[in-house]
Ligand binder design. Structure first.
Ligand SMILES: C[S@@+](CC[C@H](N)C(=O)[O-])C[C@H]1O[C@@H](n2cnc3c(N)ncnc32)[C@H](O)[C@@H]1O
Length: 383
């Protein structure tokens, strides 16, 4: 093996030979060092000896992909998808599924400990269907010759689907037809049926959760894993135990998934959501609740000054300090924070910890099998 060039020569495209791979880090990377510099490596595993092609080089660190494995981890498996590694959709296809949950557990524990001083002692729970056929929402792109595919990692390149279609998609939407070059097509597998959605098709779909049904725009937000709505609603209700007549806020409410469950328990519910179409559908889905469209941080003026219960389900960036402070000012007896990024959750827990709320439990759920993503639910109460 020829020695790696010194780090001053590094640039994207360069291959580092014989790199020892260290611990897992957030974002599906593994930490390695070469010539005194940190390299975040994808498609590797702790303990492996790999060659890394650099994809990004900055002054402080570099990123790269493992392109050859000289010493494999016993946890490495043959990816179920032949385009794994090229397609940007799954970054943990090469990892034994049970071990991928252990890797996510380590990341959650590290981030919640680092940001919020919280000791996460739980596991990442498997949620059926898993690890294949779980995704009910797919955004496909078409190649220049009209074949359906998915985007490569951080790229506009379309990687054509393999024969048999996408392995993590619900089988009914795994293999879209060829179509116009360069276009997009959505695959949506909802409770009322599965279909491919092209431009101009804005018919909503219907999702059933417990005894309720929710109309959702075909291109609007809905929890992507088939098992997610039930798991998350159960967790939120078990944690909050809403009582009839209590005031509850559902922030980042989408089409009203948690609002519907809280209203069914007799709570008086107020929801806020940035997507206007979702707000209109939420009003139909949960007619007894009040919904406001807009940025959560700017809509607190429309909400009650006191609320017994708050659910937050923000996007990947988290809720942020201003929203957490406005939540704490309402003096809820319990908060349920549903988080798709444990780093953002950790930062928001740290903020609200300084305002008198602490997590009484955090659970983690494998709602994105074969990828590094993980969903957490934190339940907070006054200290
Ligand atoms: C993770 S989704 C959760 C939706 C809903 N709770 C559900 O489970 O179906 C986050 C939602 O927040 C909305 N959103 C993102 N940023 C927002 C903001 N600053 N203010 C209000 N809503 C926002 C998105 O449109 C999306 O519907």
């Amino acid at each position: 093996m020829s020695p790696s060039p010194t780090s001053t020569d590094w640039e994207a495209g360069l291959v580092l030979r014989g790199v020892e791979v260290g611990p897992v880090a957030h974002g599906g990377h593994f930490v390695a060092r070469s010539d005194g510099r940190v390299v975040f490596v994808r498609h590797a595993l702790t303990g492996e000896l790999v060659d890394v092609r650099l994809t990004e080089v900055s002054k402080r660190f570099a990123r790269g992909d493992a392109i050859a494995v000289h010493r494999a981890s016993p946890r490495r498996v043959m990816p179920p998808c032949p385009v794994a590694g090229r397609c940007g959709g799954c970054d943990f296809q090469h990892v034994e599924p049970a071990h991928s949950r252990e890797l996510k557990r380590r990341v959650v524990a590290e981030l919640l400990g680092h940001h919020a001083g919280y000791e996460f002692a739980g596991e990442v729970a498997e949620v059926p269907p898993s690890p294949l056929g779980w995704r009910t929402r797919m955004r496909y792109h078409r190649t220049a010759d009209g074949r359906p595919g998915l985007l490569a990692h951080r790229s506009a390149e379309v990687v054509p689907l393999p024969e048999g279609g996408c392995r993590i998609a619900d089988p009914a939407i795994a293999d879209p037809p060829a179509g116009p070059a360069g276009g997009e097509v959505l695959g949506v597998a909802a409770s009322d049926g599965a279909r491919f959605v092209g431009p101009g098709d804005d018919r909503p779909v219907v999702e059933a959760v417990r005894d309720a049904s929710y109309r959702v725009a075909a291109n609007g937000f809905w929890q992507a894993h088939a098992g997610a709505p039930d798991v998350l609603v159960d967790r939120v209700l078990d944690g909050l135990r809403p009582q009839a007549g209590e005031t509850a806020l559902d922030l980042y409410c989408g089409v009203g998934l948690f609002a519907g469950a809280l209203a069914a328990a007799g709570a008086s519910v107020w929801g806020v959501e940035g997507d206007r179409t979702a707000v209109e559908l939420a009003r139909e889905n949960v007619p007894g609740a009040r919904f406001f469209a807009g940025d959560v941080a700017r809509r607190f003026d429309r909400l009650p000054k006191r609320a017994s219960l708050v659910v937050l389900d923000p996007p990947r960036t988290g809720a942020g300090a201003a929203v957490m402070a406005a939540v704490a000012r309402r003096r809820p007896r319990a908060i349920a924070y549903v988080a798709c990024d444990p780093a953002a959750l950790g930062r928001d827990l740290a903020t609200v910890g300084g305002l008198g709320y602490h997590p009484v439990s955090v659970t983690a759920h494998d709602l994105f099998p074969l990828t590094h993503h993980v969903e957490c639910v934190a339940l907070l109460e006054p200290k």
